[in-house]
Write a protein that binds this ligand. Structure first.
Ligand code: CS2
Length: 503
């Protein structure tokens, strides 16, 4: 990153520098960090974790009596970028700034102190295992992305994945999440230490159930008796997490320096909105989440339903149409009346009639809040980030809605235009050329080059039968094929934005 006047004048963030920061420009936690001890180990310390859970825990540590809930961050990534991130965090004594933008785009920055140690496992495997075995650690939480759980589309554990095989052959020196978790639990069991709760915080339906499936499947392959002990003694709460945390750029680092006088190598950004709905199933104690703005519920599913089918599906729809139209940011795309109408109508006419939200929640209020959040002018949430991995997102967020409208005999009377249009945009997006004539590379880590080329081709039947869509039998559904072909013709003739006006 190029040095700039703002950065040169700014104070490098670390423990010692805290006293020199200007409280007029930055909020600093009021607890004595030297008294904080570890209680949670978190695997996968990405921007989302640092903007969400670590922020809740920063508030937690400020409540007297909760000093034993500090976070030990663990990165299992073996890429150079993971190493660099670990170094940046360690150089800053694990401190970083979180800048929250209100709906009008007004920023406010705070320093987060809840991560008290940061371990880069590939460089320090012993310390990582030691941390997980430490009786003080009562929760191991994680954000490892959907792919990190090694479950295939039917929910079966992919035992032949390379990293799973490695960990099964090297149980004492694992590299991947489940190898670490299961070995740590085995050692705790042997030592007579209580197990920890395994707390998935990934944006995935039934995230606790998914984590349980992965941990038990891995454990069974290692040692059946250990697997039964884990099943009986470890809890895996489901939770729903929600907060938009966009990609951080060098420009953001500069603007934090300009506004606050702090040089932070690794800041995070977020909207002011934040939600965390948790099932209260912790086998070894927990922080007082209910005092931190999180919410307990007996059934997380309706919250996940509402979020996934409305927020995430609309996000993907904005991203696929927006990227293809040549826009860069979510707010910019949504400001286009054609895209706004598509998304508004999609939520109102396609999704809301077929889902049930949590008791006492108004889906139309939720829709309006989502649109307001997406319109935040300061977040600069990149459309390519949201469009990325659409091959994984569509089956979770959009396809269940399409299924509701196409699975019964009523299909012919349903309005399938918007759903077909979004899928047609996905196909167009895979071609990597926007309507302004600029090339871009779709980020689809779960698609092979051949799949990208085949699915993006003109072969409609092939596309509707591709592996993520096949189970819906759309190619045999006359009404859907008609709506899809209509969308394709409009897109070919007019490009995305004008096509939407004829839809
Ligand atoms: C986004 C999510 O990447 C995506 O598809 O929709 O990351 C979204 O920002 C979060 O789920 C918000 O909680």
């Amino acid at each position: 990153m190029a040095a700039t006047a703002e950065l040169e004048a700014a104070i490098k963030l670390n423990e010692k520098a805290l006293a020199d920061l200007d409280p007029k420009h930055v909020k600093i936690f009021q607890y004595d960090r030297s008294k904080i001890t570890p209680g949670i180990a978190h695997i996968g310390v990405g921007n989302f974790h640092r903007a969400h859970q670590a922020r809740y825990m920063d508030d937690c540590l400020a409540i007297p009596g909760n000093e034993s809930w500090g976070i030990v961050g663990i990165s299992l990534g073996d890429r150079e970028s993971s190493k660099a991130k670990a170094k940046a965090m360690q150089d800053q004594d694990c401190l970083y700034t979180l800048t929250e933008y209100d709906p009008k785009g007004k920023p406010s920055t705070r320093v987060i102190g809840s991560i008290i140690q940061y371990l880069h496992a590939p460089e320090d495997p012993e310390a990582t295992m030691k941390a997980l075995v430490d009786p003080a650690i009562r929760i191991v939480s994680m954000t490892i992305t959907e792919g990190g759980y090694h479950l295939d589309s039917e929910g079966n554990f992919q035992a032949d994945a390379e990293s799973v095989q490695y960990d099964l052959k090297n149980p004492k020196h694992p590299k991947d999440t489940f190898g670490y978790l299961v070995e740590a639990l085995a050692r705790r069991r042997q030592a007579g230490t209580k197990p920890f709760t395994i707390f998935s915080c990934d944006n995935q339906r039934g995230n606790g159930d998914v984590a349980k499936k992965a941990v038990l499947s891995f454990a069974k392959l290692r040692d059946k008796e250990l697997a039964s002990w884990i099943e009986e003694n470890v809890s895996f709460p489901n939770s729903m997490v929600d907060r938009i945390a966009p990609t951080v750029t060098d420009e953001d680092i500069k603007s934090v320096a300009e506004r606050t006088g702090i040089e932070d190598q690794t800041p995070v950004l977020a909207e002011t909105f934040s939600q965390w709905v948790i099932k209260d199933e912790f086998c070894n104690g927990r922080p007082p989440f209910e005092k931190l703005g999180a919410q307990f519920t007996k059934n997380v599913a309706p919250y996940e339903h509402m979020k996934g089918r409305m927020l995430n599906a609309s996000h993907t729809a904005i991203a696929l149409t927006g990227v293809t139209a040549g826009y860069e940011y979510v707010d910019e795309a949504l400001d286009d009346p054609a895209i706004y109408k598509l998304v508004y109508d999609f939520m109102t006419k396609d999704v809301m009639p077929v889902i049930e939200g949590p008791d006492g929640t108004s889906l139309s209020d939720y829709r309006d809040l989502v649109l307001q959040r997406f319109s935040n002018p300061a977040l600069k949430d990149q459309l390519v980030r949201i469009a990325g991995d659409s091959a994984n997102k569509l089956p979770t967020f959009l396809l269940p809605t399409i299924n509701e409208h196409t699975e019964d005999e009523d299909t012919n009377s349903r309005d399938l235009r918007r759903m077909a249009f979004i899928l047609a945009c996905f196909r167009r997006y895979l071609r990597g050329l926007n309507d302004k004539g600029h090339k871009f590379s779709p980020i689809e880590p779960h698609l092979s080059k051949e799949e990208i080329a085949e699915w993006g081709s003109e072969n409609t039947e092939g596309f509707l039968n591709c592996r993520i869509l096949a189970s819906l039998n759309l190619a045999d559904n006359e009404a859907f094929v008609k709506a899809f072909n209509h969308a394709v013709t409009l897109l070919k003739t007019h490009g995305v934005l004008e096509a939407l006006t004829y839809l």
